[in-house]
Ligand binder design. Structure first.
Ligand code: GDP
Ligand code: MG
Length: 312
């Protein structure tokens, strides 16, 4: 991350004055806590609005957005600097292909992240999806297996398409609460977060509406149906997660190539092989040898009856 290559964060000036003021306040708060660089990793399925959310945060069209799932196969890092503060947002390709987690894509993402530190994970999905399924759990599991369970202490769930009228006459807040709880349940089980790990219940869920048709308040700020100006709210939650006292995730060779951080049993694999060899394979070999030795004579004698070469 050579700082001389970072572009000035001009997109911030595109925001209405009220949003700019709040964002600069939050950057000031981070700098006060000695945080002058923030690296945000954005992950999720394809087409959920990851790239659009990246663009919304930086305030410019930094990465390509597509209605059809033809994202590039590689992650893209958008870096911007503003008053001594460096923001890096890593947009990634969708993790699902043909109904399965694409582990090749995950591998590419991991290599891209080598030697970087993830300060915050944005796990993106849509608000207007009414069910969670096993696939959601598989993605969470894949992320956890790659970066360790601790990454969820640095995570926030982002729900796009937040400007909606809930089905079945549900109130907006009730619908949001239900969708959040369903997703968080999947996150907790996919990441194997234990019940006693209270932080698992406190992973924040934030609403986002990337559409140009998003409603605005009197200050021209984009707002959610509940009136919240969502860009400052998202950046505030990112700031809170950054300062929540948990450790950022350093992606080093050990994390990428070493044993799965969540599967401690992996170290025992050679031992299991040795056990199998001495207690299963060896006894079987011995038993076979014994059988052969025992059967050798009678089999020979029986098979040879009638042979023209018989000598007796
Ligand atoms: P990605 O594959 O996760 O990066 O998703 P994209 O950002 O490329 O978005 C996929 C499609 O959904 C595009 O057509 C976007 O315009 C649209 N989209 C993304 N976020 C929102 C949102 O919050 N609201 C609405 N209405 N459309 C969105
Ligand atoms: Mg994308």
């Amino acid at each position: 991350m050579a700082s001389q290559l970072i572009r000035e964060w001009v997109g911030i000036q595109q925001f209405p004055a009220a949003t700019q003021t709040k964002l600069l306040e939050l950057l000031g708060k981070l700098k006060q806590e000695d945080v002058s660089t923030l690296t945000i990793l954005v992950m999720g399925k394809g087409g959920v609005g990851k790239s659009s959310t990246v663009n919304s945060i930086v305030g410019e069209r930094a990465v390509a957005v597509s209605a059809f799932q033809s994202e590039g196969p590689r992650p893209v890092m958008v870096s911007r600097t503003r008053a001594g503060f460096n923001l890096h947002i890593i947009d990634t390709p969708g993790l699902i292909e043909g109904g399965y987690v694409n582990f090749q894509t995950l591998e590419i993402i991991k290599r891209f992240l080598l030697d970087k530190t993830i300060d915050v994970l944005l796990y993106v999905d849509r608000l207007d999806t009414y069910r969670v399924d096993n696939l959601d759990k598989q993605i969470v599991k894949a992320i956890t297996d790659s970066f360790g369970k601790e990454i969820w202490k640095r995570a926030l769930v982002v729900l796009t398409h937040a400007q909606l009228s809930p089905p079945d006459g549900l109130e907006y807040e009730v619908f949001f609460a239900r969708r959040s709880e369903a997703l968080l349940k999947v996150v907790r089980s996919g990441a194997k977060i234990k019940r006693q790990d209270t932080w698992g219940a406190n992973i924040p869920v934030v609403l986002v509406e990337n559409s140009g048709r998003c409603n605005k308040n009197e200050n021209e700020e984009k707002i959610l149906p509940n009136g919240t100006a969502w860009i400052p709210n998202l950046v505030k939650t990112i700031t809170d997660v950054t300062l929540n006292g948990s450790k950022a995730i350093k992606v080093d060779k050990k994390l990428i190539e070493g044993p799965n951080p969540n599967r401690k049993w992996k170290e025992f694999i050679p031992l299991i092989f040795a056990f199998q060899y001495f207690f299963i394979i060896k006894p079987i070999q011995k038993a076979i040898k014994n059988d052969i030795a025992r059967e050798a004579r009678p089999a020979w004698e029986m098979r040879d009856t009638g042979s023209p070469l018989r000598k007796y």
